[in-house]
Design a protein around this ligand. Structure first.
Ligand SMILES: [Zn+2]
Ligand SMILES: [Zn+2]
Length: 144
């Protein structure tokens, strides 16, 4: 997990990217566990923090971070795409759990989508598996 600013700088440099204010800000927004945001939510939060932001710059920043696999792109449904810090599950195609109550999105690397589960001759290009439900926190009995 990316815990602090130094880690964010390291993450960018490790991928050969310059540390820019906007890249750092976007990663700061996404660093908490379970946090996944849409591009619009990222824009709104950046505007709160920095005032006016250029949408094209935000868009390009997100694209670059996705290309470098620092964040990954998760389609919740046909309308909603969220971005999440890839963290240590960078290289596996895995499922995500989406809590319909608090909107948390959690990586489920234990549900690994393996290429060799496909029928012979089939090639996987991308995969997207979302498990909808209620997370442990939201599932606690009321009053706790
Ligand atoms: Zn929840
Ligand atoms: Zn994930």
């Amino acid at each position: 997990m990316v815990a602090n600013i130094n880690d964010i700088n390291f993450l960018l440099k490790q991928k050969g990217l310059n540390v820019t204010g906007i890249r750092r800000k976007v990663l700061e927004l996404l660093r908490s566990p379970g946090i996944a945001l849409t591009q619009k939510e990222i824009e709104e939060q950046l505007e709160q923090d920095m005032g006016q932001v250029d949408r094209v710059t935000v868009y390009r920043t997100i694209r670059t971070l996705v290309e470098k696999k620092i964040i990954h792109q998760i389609a919740i449904d046909s309308q909603t795409v969220k971005y999440k810090l890839a963290g240590k599950h960078i290289n596996s195609a895995h499922a995500h759990f989406h809590c319909s109550h608090c909107n948390k999105l959690i990586c489920m690397p234990q549900v690994d989508i393996k290429k060799d589960t496909l029928p012979g001759g089939f090639v996987m290009e991308s995969s997207s598996l979302i498990i909808e439900g209620i997370c442990a926190h939201c599932n606690l009995p009321a009053g706790k």
